[in-house]
Design a protein around this ligand. Structure first.
Ligand code: SF4
Length: 328
């Protein structure tokens, strides 16, 4: 019988629980856009309270594609210095930390709001080069891994989407071609850094094609996957059929690939998590909003042997794009 607070192997990392903290949006910035003491406090609270792995708040690949007033962006002149201090602090608690990197709107090579089918090969190379530069900074900053946001409505997820990608060149058509841009990104990052590559991937409308996308990523150097959907999985968990669909998909992916598979979204109590890890092939659960409500709740769960998140799932922190709870 598996338990939430067993030791788990996640790639090369031995982690102290199966719970992965996913980052949301940032809500605090200090003077000159530096990381504020409150951010350090939040990460310290996460690290010392039995989380298995921390994934940062969203870091934008492009400065103009920031998601909130406070979002980090990879080209900040303070990035390496600031995040090096943060990762060193988290490592004192022997917890690995990954950086979440993504972009939504595609504005490269002087062009605005490009669609998947409009990208030239030069545009694809530009995006790939930007990921490589971003990954280098992330590695220099002491992160253990990178979460490549190939899911939800991030642009790279739209490149893999069979309904959106109608290209007729080597970056469109069959499943492998649609994943090609992203696996080239993974391989380039692997060549120049030792980062663990964690990919966020959608269950699209076509179950089998989505499964094939996961297989291709796993066979082409991805080190772990997080299963999600176009919209936040929290919406889908409100409907039983959609909830089961996402669980079934993650279960099938975990059966087919030999890398860790994380299921994200909507879990709020120990019982449901213990049930999931013991009745499916999925070993890892990602949680976001419960940590926004209380970054240290896992220690309470561990101590009591049971627990329910204090988050009311109102989703205000998501809509306001803040990583702080807005409910008193
Ligand atoms: S704002 Fe709502 S969804 Fe966000 S942490 Fe607070 S209770 Fe949860």
């Amino acid at each position: 019988m598996k338990e939430i607070f067993d030791n788990y192997q996640f790639g090369k990392f031995n982690i102290k629980s199966c719970i992965i903290r996913s980052g949301l949006w940032e809500s605090e910035n200090g003077p000159q856009k530096s990381l504020s003491p409150k951010i350090f406090e939040r990460y310290e609270s996460l690290a010392k309270n039995n989380v298995g792995l921390i994934i940062s708040e969203l870091i934008s690949l492009y400065t103009h594609d920031r998601f909130s007033d406070y979002s980090y962006y990879i080209n900040s002149p303070y990035f390496i210095k600031e995040f090096k201090s943060l990762t060193e602090m988290v490592h004192e608690y022997e917890v690995p930390i990954f950086a979440q990197l993504g972009f939504i709107n595609c504005n490269v090579n002087g062009k605005q709001m490009m669609e998947v089918n409009d990208l030239t090969i030069e545009d694809i190379r530009k995006i790939q080069a930007d990921y490589v530069m971003g990954a280098k900074k992330i590695a220099f900053s002491g992160f253990d891994g990178i979460q490549l946001n190939f899911g939800n409505n991030y642009f790279p997820s739209r490149v893999m989407d069979p309904f959106e990608n109608q290209r007729e060149d080597e970056y469109g058509g069959n499943t492998y071609n649609r994943v090609r841009m992203n696996i080239e990104i993974i391989k380039l990052i692997k060549k120049i850094t030792g980062l663990h590559i964690h990919c966020r991937v959608n269950l699209y409308k076509d179950f089998d094609d989505s499964l094939e996308i996961c297989r291709i990523l796993a066979e082409n150097s991805a080190d772990s996957l997080q299963i999600t959907k176009f919209l936040s999985p929290q919406y889908f968990r409100k409907s039983l059929s959609n909830e089961n669909m996402l669980v079934d998909f993650a279960d099938k992916v975990a059966e087919e690939v030999s890398i860790p598979v994380v299921l994200g979204g909507g879990f709020s109590n120990m019982d449901s998590i213990n049930k999931l890890i013991n009745s499916t092939n999925v070993n890892f659960i990602s949680m976001q909003r419960p940590f926004v409500r209380n970054p240290g709740f896992l220690s309470k769960w561990k101590e009591n042997g049971y627990g329910e998140s204090e988050c009311k799932t109102c989703n205000n922190c998501y809509w306001k794009k803040e990583s702080k709870c807005l409910i008193k």
